[in-house]
Design a protein around this ligand. Structure first.
Ligand code: UDX
Length: 432
């Protein structure tokens, strides 16, 4: 099929490349001329495992193209996907101006029947507004359908998630666009949920909020574990074997961050409020998440006492493993909080250092994780990068002025760390 993807961010670019990989012809459109020029030259603006090869392969096969022209994209396509940012506003609601802007531009250039698909994460009832907007601004009164098709990919696993999705959700008012949408997704072999637009939009917000709730739940349990001497990893493992609960998303730590969960949670609370429901359960999810970080900072203070002029080494800046994304990263939040207290920082991240430099200055960026501890009063682990398990612990103990490790992601085993001579403090796990 001929597809147009408007927006070449994490979702748009990766989805576009995966559509091309299964044989569709895809044109990715972005109004950022510098970005499009880079993409045309084969440069990938984000780090996402497997993406670079995927883009290069499909560009060479002439199934994937880049352009700055919405008209070119819409003219040559049967289906037009909107995958532009929907950033949060200070009151928690979603800024839908990019979606609205693109809907108007599509309306302006549309010359025949098109399926317009909203892939951006939007509050329930946005589809109605997109339809209204296109109808209002259409230059030529041609037929069209609006479809909601939320994306569930995780950063760091975007290609794998897109190639092997758990499910595909298609929300539509009429049956007309459904056959074409099924054709787009059939090659991926996932279950396809066909529903109405409002339900499709809600599936996205309700899913992400539920996952955030699961993380806050285990983080709250970790507090009880610390108070009682139980071990949250063992509690989570025991809980996770119940198929109704499942073992994923039960890792206690510094809480969730990133460009999705915090934003989607706020947006869901806000839209619920506008619809007349006070979603207090989700407000608690937010509160537990904030308190988890407070508690970790307190743990550092209790151990090191006065933080001013202490030096801490921080491993991890990305909001999670396998990504260079630092948006709303708990690790960056932690660094900024420590800096405010006069702590000097030596930091390292396997992939996110460059992006971190834009939001975290006045720290020493260290290239090798094994050099971070040099002259530090303690080491902090803030992101669950798997390579941190390979940290040279003997060297770290020698480089640290005191052998103290605060592990905000439960990367190491407490018994082993104690055996190695560390004062080791993690989340919800007792010392032996
Ligand atoms: C999330 C959803 O998983 C995805 O379906 C949606 O499309 C976008 O939002 P993403 O933001 O890429 O994806 O990250 P995810 O892997 O879900 O992790 C989010 C945050 O939760 C990270 O900060 C991570 O460290 C934290 N987390 C995750 C935990 O603290 N504990 C866990 O058990 C799992």
């Amino acid at each position: 099929m001929n597809l147009c993807m408007i927006g070449t961010g994490y979702v748009g670019l990766t989805t576009g490349a995966c559509f091309a990989e299964v044989g569709h012809n895809v044109i990715c459109v972005d109004n950022n001329t510098a970005k499009v020029a880079k993409l045309q030259a084969g440069e990938i603006p984000i780090y996402e495992p497997g993406l670079e090869e995927l883009v290069h392969r499909n560009v060479s096969a002439k199934r994937l193209h880049f352009s700055t022209s919405i008209e070119e994209g819409v003219d040559g396509s049967d289906i037009v996907f909107i995958a532009v940012p929907t950033p949060p506003q200070p009151d928690g609601s979603v800024d839908l101006s990019f979606v609205e802007g693109v809907a108007r531009e599509i309306a302006d250039v549309m010359k025949g029947y098109k399926v317009v698909v909203d892939k951006s994460t939007v509050p329930v009832k946005t589809g109605d507004k997109v339809e209204e907007t296109i109808r209002r601004y259409q230059k030529r009164k041609v037929d069209f359908d609006v479809v909601s098709n939320p994306e569930f990919l995780r950063e760091g696993f975007a290609v794998a998630d897109l190639m092997h999705p758990d499910r595909v959700v298609i929300g539509s008012k009429s049956t007309r666009p459904v056959a074409a949408m099924k054709q787009v997704y059939e090659p991926f072999g996932a279950p396809i949920v066909i529903t109405d637009i409002n339900s499709a939009e809600l599936i996205k917000h309700a899913s992400n909020s539920f996952l955030a709730l699961k993380i806050s739940y285990i983080n709250a349990v970790s507090v009880i574990c610390e108070a009682s001497g139980a071990n949250v990893s063992e509690v989570a493992a025991g809980m996770g074997l119940d198929a109704r609960i499942g073992k994923r998303f039960l890792d206690a730590g510094l809480g969730f961050g990133g460009s999705c969960f915090p934003k989607d949670l706020s947006a869901f609370i806000k839209i619920s409020q506008q619809l007349g429901y006070d979603f207090r359960l989700l407000k608690e999810v937010q509160r537990v998440n904030t308190e988890q970080m407070d508690r970790f900072v307190t743990k550092i203070e209790e151990t090191l006492w006065v933080l001013k002029d202490k030096t801490l080494g921080v491993l991890g800046l990305a909001f999670k493993q396998n990504t260079d994304d630092v948006r709303l990263s708990p690790a960056i939040d932690l660094c900024l909080r420590l800096q405010k207290q006069g702590v000097k920082l030596r930091v390292h991240d396997p992939k996110a250092a460059e992006k971190a430099k834009e939001v975290l200055s006045g720290v020493v960026y260290v290239d090798d994780m094994n050099d971070v501890a040099e002259g530090c009063d303690a080491l902090v682990i803030a992101t669950e990068w798997p390579e941190f398990r390979q940290l040279d612990l003997n060297r770290a103990r020698q480089l640290l002025t005191h052998p103290i490790i605060f592990d905000g992601r439960n990367v190491f085993d407490p018994a082993e760390m104690e055996q190695q001579g560390f004062i080791y403090k993690s989340i919800g796990r007792p010392l032996h």
